[in-house]
Write a protein that binds this ligand. Structure first.
Ligand code: HEM
Ligand code: HEM
Length: 222
């Protein structure tokens, strides 16, 4: 177990530190950053994938009964969303040959949202759902409302990420392949940014449900 953790942390460090070179491609830094950033950041999804496999292995081989399933749904959801948002979405635009076209566009924003929500927002929420019942002295909590909150936020954020992505691909094409102006590209993106706006409302609804649920957690009916 300890050896496995060292391998995982080592991979995160070796790929992650040099991998941040993907932020130096176009800022006037020496050309070798294209190689360093490109190669190491393309390897970054590997430890994330191992973490998902590790999570699934633990879920399958568990021996103790799961008491509060929603807390564990959050933990597994965090591993999977991290893989999609950071691993898959990051990989899609991390090679310099692709990033040349997508840099600083809504493709970046799409990845930024899915990665941040998956890796950090869900990690925090997992901790809150683990700690809150303990702080309130509740052994088994009623997770009916919490489940609605989880799925509404996850689905709304996934749709937001997808539509930011559609706007981003259009933006990259119109601006950087066809060579048209920034504002011309905006007019092609307007519809998709509008859809993002409505996904934002759905996300807000999920978020309010979750916050309300966390603060008014009650024991499950037996
Ligand atoms: C917890 C994990 C991660 C988070 C929270 C995250 C978040 C972000 C955010 C917010 C940005 C925008 C930064 C800016 O506009 O200056 C960004 C950029 C970027 N990320 Fe990630 N990221 C993560 C992991 C990854 C991974 C694993 C990869 C590659 C496999 C990756 C590839 C990229 C690339 C290439 C950019 C630059 C996009 C551009 O040139 O505009 N990211 N990331
Ligand atoms: C109601 C839901 C939300 C909406 C409508 C929304 C919308 C936006 C918009 C329009 C931007 C500016 C994009 C640009 O620079 O062109 C942005 C940036 C950003 N948002 Fe959100 N957002 C929401 C929720 C979130 C959440 C929950 C997170 C993280 C957990 C998040 C993380 C970020 C990050 C990291 C950036 C900077 C991205 C970059 O630099 O590329 N947002 N958001």
């Amino acid at each position: 177990m300890e050896k496995w953790l060292y391998i995982e942390i080592g991979l995160f460090l070796f790929t992650g530190i040099a991998g941040t070179g993907h932020h130096y491609y176009w800022i006037g830094a020496p050309r070798y950053w294209l190689w360093v950033g490109g190669i190491f950041s393309a390897l970054e999804p590997l430890p994330i994938l191992l973490m998902v496999l590790d999570t699934m292995h633990h879920v399958k081989k568990r021996q103790t009964k799961i008491v509060n399933p929603l807390t564990w749904t959050y933990a597994v959801g965090c591993a999977i969303y991290h893989m999609i948002g950071a691993g898959v979405w990051g990989f899609l635009h991390t090679l310099p040959q692709i990033n040349y076209y997508t840099h600083g566009s809504q493709v970046t924003v799409s990845h930024g949202h899915l990665a941040f929500f998956g890796a950090y927002a869900l990690l925090n929420l997992t901790t809150f759902y683990y700690a809150m019942p303990k702080l309130k002295g509740i052994e088994v909590y009623d997770d009916t409302r919490g489940k609605y909150g989880f799925w509404t936020m996850c689905i709304a954020m996934m749709l937001m990420g997808l539509f930011f992505g559609v706007a981003g691909v259009l933006q990259s094409y119109v601006e950087r392949v066809m060579g048209m102006g920034y504002m011309t590209a905006q007019s092609y993106m307007r519809l998709w940014m509008g859809v993002v706006f409505f996904c934002g409302f759905a996300f807000l609804a999920g978020l309010l449900t979750t916050v309300a649920d966390l603060f008014t957690l009650r024991p499950a009916k037996t």
